[in-house]
Write a protein that binds this ligand. Structure first.
Ligand SMILES: C[S@@+](CC[C@H](N)C(=O)[O-])C[C@H]1O[C@@H](n2cnc3c(N)ncnc32)[C@H](O)[C@@H]1O
Length: 276
């Protein structure tokens, strides 16, 4: 890439290639050629805060400081999400919860495998509360993400009102608390929702996951798209055995699973069920 004189730091093709190799190794994330500018603007912030003078220096720094890798990953993830994104999945969840609980027994377990800033696990929690008409529904949610920064936001459960402008007013009244004084313009998730969720940093690329089998539902939405085909398949191979025999796997809108992957069968819109 030709260097742009307006840019604060030199940034050439080799820098971009080295960075995309590192993020692929660390997080499985594949960055296309169109992401050159995005990589520059995100990594430049790390250079500034570390007082470094070049991308090369940063890459050496990354090699010498294992703790930097977490911040490097945080800088390059894409965390786009929203409350009740792809609403049909939450309608399906309501049915799944009713069908699987049937009046008693164990708590239902849901893994939200790319929780980002928390809108997805809180939408799951709200759906569970509505389904069981209770703030203590028999549901446990594990919400994980590789990005430690977004998980901190998720854990706080505080959002600008603009994030909830399209949320059903009934849900707003039931599950959100409005900020007052210096918190005005912000909303907070009711603490009861937070109690249903355990937040945990988890890199899907790690060889071992701290996730117990017997899950009723896995939400794995809009993260597989960042991985190459073989990573996607090997993650599916590891996720499906974590589901109970007829548990459900929910994918993002553009993440259809190959028909030849026999362990899951399509039962709805990007909604899959485990089959023997
Ligand atoms: C576009 S967001 C999707 C959020 C949410 N699932 C949704 O559909 O609205 C993708 C999330 O995947 C996370 N992610 C990327 N690579 C990951 C990895 N290797 N392990 C776990 N999470 C990862 C990112 O940090 C980001 O928060």
């Amino acid at each position: 890439m030709t260097q742009d004189r307006e840019w604060e730091f030199d940034y050439d093709e080799a820098d971009f290639e080295a960075i995309r190799k590192r993020i692929r190794q660390a997080a499985g994330i594949q960055l296309g050629d169109s992401k050159r500018q995005m990589v520059y603007s995100r990594i430049v912030r790390r250079l500034r805060s570390l007082n470094l003078n070049s991308f090369q220096q940063y890459l050496f720094y990354l090699d010498d400081h294992p703790n930097e890798i977490e911040l490097f990953i945080n800088a390059l993830t894409t965390n786009l999400t929203s409350f009740f994104r792809e609403p049909h999945h939450f309608k399906a969840l309501n049915q799944i919860l009713l069908e699987r609980y049937q009046g008693g027994g164990r708590a239902l377990r849901i893994w939200c495998a790319a929780a980002s800033t928390g809108e997805e696990p809180y939408s799951i929690a709200m759906t569970a509360c509505q389904t069981f008409e209770s703030l203590t529904p028999p549901v446990q949610i594990l919400a994980t993400d590789i990005d430690s920064q977004v998980l901190r936001t998720a854990q706080m459960g505080v959002y600008p009102e603009s994030r909830i402008k399209d949320l059903d007013p009934t849900l707003k009244r039931a599950y959100l608390l409005r900020g007052k004084g210096d918190k005005s313009g912000m909303v907070r998730m009711r603490p009861e929702l937070g109690r249903l969720i355990r937040f945990q940093r988890l890199n899907l690329l790690d060889r071992q996951w701290d996730v117990k089998p017997g899950l009723d539902v896995i939400f794995c939405r809009n993260v597989m798209i960042y991985f190459d085909k073989s990573t996607q398949m090997s993650l599916l191979d590891r996720m499906v055995p974590l589901l109970s025999d007829d548990g459900y796997y929910i994918a993002g809108h553009s993440e259809t699973i190959d028909r030849n992957f026999r362990a899951l069968r399509l039962v709805g819109k990007t909604l899959y069920q485990r089959q023997a």
